[in-house]
Write a new protein. Sequence first.
Length: 253
Amino acid sequence: MSNLKELLMREIDGSRAAAPLTAYCFMTGFIDAVCFSAIFVWCAFQTGNSVQLALALARLFNGAHDYSFHLADRQALCSVLSFIFGAFVGRLGDKIGAKTRLWMTLGTFIQTLFTMAAAIAIWKSGQPSVSDSRDDPAWSNVASFVCIGFMSASMGLQGIMGKRMNTQFTTTVVLTTTWCELMTEPQLFHFRRLVKSRDHKVMAILFLFIGGFTGRAILDKIGSAGTLGVGAGIRFLVTLSWLFVPVKKASKN
């Protein structure tokens, strides 16, 4: 038992965790493909949702006297608040140890449960998976809001866990900073050798793109609930993968 506790409580070497962190980036694109295809709201990228809420407030002062709380704005608010909640759950990692094998495994399993709950919620909602117009989102009932909440919470938790690892993958949910850092990478054009600081950023961008493509392709075949079920399965595999990431070596004095 003591050996198991020692195994779980040791810190993971972030520099050797490229595989699960790449999978995190893949899941960002995968989950966002489901959400954006239905309601044109991002579950992981809260910059756009925050600006959308600012615009909703600005409408109160434009002279049109439009005091209605539009459906798209409600969905954006749900996503922002749920993302914040998910990130707040990540504070548990600070108590356990943000880079410990126990927390990275447990935290990713919580993401899996959130994704599974989102799949069940959208399945129970009975609503379609794809919207063809921003003025007519495919999701509108209470169960769909529950789905949005769980998806966004899973991304908030993933983001803070990725950030705490302090690697070139950064949060794994927002690529704006990654693009900027990649373009200013001093060794960007050193193609004849591996450059970890450059290559990991490229992997993050590439696999987020692949995740979005894969998510939409599956969505068109089996719908939102099935796609989120697949996402929950992938996240469970990522959960298991943290058990095999090497631990950080003790520094030599």
